[in-house]
Design a protein around this ligand. Sequence first.
Ligand code: ACO
Length: 371
Amino acid sequence: MLNIGKHKEPKVRRAGIVSVGKYIPEGVMTNFDIEKIVDTSDEWIRGRTGICERHFVTNGQRQSDLALNASREALARVGWTPQDLDMVIVGTVTPDHIFPSSANTLAGKLGAIGVPSFDILAACSGFMYSLHQGMVSIVSGMADRVLVVGSEVMSSIMNWQDRTTCVLFGDAAGAVLLEEVEEPYGIVDYEIGSDGRYYDLLYMPGGGSAQPATHESIDKAMHTLHMEGSETFKFAVRSMYKTATDLLKRNGVDPEDLGLFIGHQANIRIIDAVTKRLKLRDDQVYNNINKYGNTTSATIPLCIHEAEEQGMIKKGDWVVLVSFGAGLTWAGTLIKWGIDPLPSVAAAEAADAASDTYSEKLKPGRDWVKR
Ligand code: ACO
């Protein structure tokens, strides 16, 4: 539970990522499967986006379930229990419900009872905005251990008659844990911004208070994602390049010395354009859009997870994470990676199975009455 008086003498601290988890739902849809639904081709999708397949939820899995699995893995890999957390933040545009927040549901399922939990809606920048909020909470002394999640069921807001968007997205969740770390490690710098004049370049027209659900709004597919692709593309290249350049210059890091660049996975051509302008080598960039498509707020933690697992991020490396998204929004951070390789996912699963603290093992009840 967060207590403003907990840190009697607030001081500026350094926050860092100390664990990471991911969850990919089992349903797979290849480009060839999509060829059977809309007028498109594997060749077009691969060539224009870099995507080969994507995963979708099956059997009624909810966004909070994806978030739960990713969070459990992150916790198990460092041996924390949900009770060790004092804040839960979820970046998402596809919460289980408009309210309560997805983070409320996740915290309940985890058994992190009593802690502040809230969502941040910044579309594809949702994870990076959430990471920023988690960092600020630690730096200011308001929180010690924060769970930050990016989790999406994009399949719930896709228009399967619109070939310009339905080929792009996938479902998944990624989670990181933040804690105070010693300098020089951790989150060294952050850049975050928005330009709301362009809110309708990429948005969902229906479902909010401006357009509640009606028969007409459903007939017009207003409860699905609408996008002006080429304008979004140009903004993405400009904003990711500028954010990464600002972070590197401001901190005196030569792009040649960067350990790893992870950009929001929306289109491989966007990332290639940015990394080419930054003059990065292939071994300095991690992408996985080919396997998952654009999973909105989940793309960056998924990349961190896989790059860490494959030994592409090592203690002492400079790492840049950058995102852009609907809003328009953008965010980037420069991190001095400060942890040794995390235990394998299998070891984490074993620890998880042995734990008796997780939600299904907790008795449902009105524990809050006792507080
Ligand atoms: N299959 C076949 N043809 C297609 C498809 C498709 N799936 N989609 C579009 N086309 C056609 C178009 O109709 C057009 O045909 P025309 O020339 O006869 O008119 C042609 O392909 C070219 O269309 P463009 O829109 O110019 O294609 P482009 O190269 O720009 O690629 C794309 C489109 C992939 C959407 C690209 O613009 C893009 O990636 N934009 C950015 C998307 C993005 O970053 N979204 C961010 C999401 S962030 C968030 O917050 C959720």
